[in-house]
Design a protein around this ligand. Structure first.
Ligand code: SME
Length: 159
């Protein structure tokens, strides 16, 4: 398996379109969940330069920090708390253009300005979330939601 990532020079959508099959390639060669979450965070960080990107997994009734790239982060989040806990509770992707306007936002970093959280779904069950933070306002939109949901769907076989 080649470990070099090709990054499209085009639009955000073109970058995602180039990235998705490469993520599929990375996942196809490995069945360990931690290894796969680690490579997905690295591939997203390398492609988009996100301020913070990583996973929280549902363990013992809480979200617990899992592989990520970026500054150190809070380790445990309860259901319904913050953007991550809300995405878990609601079982849907949350795009937050301004974290200061989101009631209960958990500021792991004071530099975080906008955020997207995508649930990891297995049927109707949420088994974790993918969280991406930006240090700029309004960084995420439907394109991010659509493609990050595609990425998360490809992780279900490894849970
Ligand atoms: N801001 C998140 C907490 C996780 S950190 O951003 C990495 C939240 O409100 O759930």
């Amino acid at each position: 398996m080649a470990e070099d990532l090709y990054i499209s020079a085009g639009t955000k959508e073109e970058k995602y379109r180039a990235l998705l099959p490469q993520i599929e390639g990375l996942l196809a060669g490995e069945d360990d969940l931690t290894a796969n979450l680690a490579n997905v965070t690295a591939a997203l960080k390398e492609t988009f330069g996100f301020f913070w990107v990583g996973f929280y997994l549902v363990k013992g009734g809480e979200l617990v920090l899992a592989p990520f790239q970026g500054p150190v982060a809070c380790t445990r989040i309860r259901k319904g708390r913050g953007v991550c806990g809300s995405a878990w509770q609601e079982g849907r992707t949350l795009v937050v253009p301004d974290v200061d306007a989101f009631p209960g936002h958990i500021a792991c970093s004071s530099l975080s300005r906008s955020e997207i959280v995508v649930p990891l779904l297995d049927g109707g069950e949420v088994w974790g979330v993918l969280d991406v933070d930006s240090d700029c306002l309004n960084s995420f939109d439907d394109t991010d939601a659509r493609f990050l949901e595609e990425v998360c769907a490809r992780l279900r076989p490894y849970r």
